[in-house]
Structure formats: C-alpha cells, structure tokens
Design a protein around this ligand. Structure first.
Ligand code: RB5
Length: 155
C-alpha cells in the first residue's frame, strides 16, 4: 500500500515521525513536503498529496498541519477525496469503516506524538464496511457530482 504524506511547517516534525513509522511498517511512502519548519501555505501541500490519492498513484493520504483543519478543508475540495480530521482512535476507525475516508488529517498542535501514531495505526488497519455505509458514501458522491461534474469520484 502506498501512502501520500504532506505537512505544512506546523506539521513538519510529526510528518517526519509518521514517515519513519510507515517505512518501518513496510508501507510505501511518497512525501510531498514540506521539508523544513520554514513557513509555507498548507493548501499547496494538501493539494499535491490529495491529488495523488485522487489520481490513484497513492492509495491513501496523511496530511499534517497545526490543527488538521485547514488541510482537511483544502483536501475535501478535490473530487473523490474524503478527508477527516481525527484526534481520537474511535473517530479514526469509524472514518474508515463508515465513511471510507481516504485522507487522514492530524493537528500537530492539538495532539501529542503518541496519540497521533496510535491514530495512524488504527486508521490504516481499518477498512470500509460497505453495506448501508456504501449507500451513504454514494450520496456524498452524488453531491460532489452535482457541484463538480462527473461522478464525483474523479471519474
Ligand atoms: C499555521 O499557522 C496553521 O494555520 C496551519 O498549520 C493549520 O493549523 C491550518 O489549518
């Protein structure tokens, strides 16, 4: 499985930790930056990483900024992206099982490194349950299609 990862300056350190973990756990990782704590704009980095998920070159994405909020707002503008900000493991698991979230956003100024790593592990080891949830996710795709054109999943 290939994971797209990106951060702004506020998320840079946590991104590096997550990247280390992903590599050690056997995931392929594509790092879309940033590469230091020099100030940058989170939408630039969220866009490139989430685009890789949309076009299928990466399977899932993990974005880190100060709050995890700006990254999620930006990523969710991309058709087919279902980005969620999680600060607990229950939401992280549910976001995969119920919402088929394909981008996880974390707030490096909100949660500590230990919790962030647990959230990443839970999120990556959970999968979409389909069934009644499929119908609901399809309704999200229909909303996307209405505003963005196409099927709303990049197709
Ligand atoms: C940067 O100061 C901060 O605004 C950014 O990391 C993020 O929290 C935005 O949502």
């Amino acid at each position: 499985m290939k994971i797209a990862i990106a951060a702004d300056h506020a998320g840079f350190r946590l991104k590096e930790k997550i990247k280390e973990y992903l590599a050690s756990a056997g995931y392929q990782v594509q790092d879309f930056g940033t590469s230091s704590e020099d100030p940058v704009d989170y939408p630039d980095f969220g866009l490139t990483a989430a685009s890789a998920v949309m076009n299928g070159s990466c399977d899932l994405g993990i974005l880190v900024c100060g709050t995890g909020l700006g990254m999620a707002i930006a990523a969710n503008k991309i058709p087919g992206i279902r980005a969620v900000t999680c600060s607990d493991t229950f939401s992280a698991r549910s976001s995969r099982e119920h919402n088929d979230a394909n981008v996880l956003c974390l707030g490096a100024r909100v949660i500590g490194e230990g919790l962030a790593m647990d959230i990443v592990k839970v999120w990556l080891s959970s999968s979409f349950q389909g069934g009644r949830h499929e119908r609901r996710v399809n309704k999200i795709r229909e909303i996307e299609g209405r505003y963005f054109g196409g099927r709303g999943d990049g197709g």
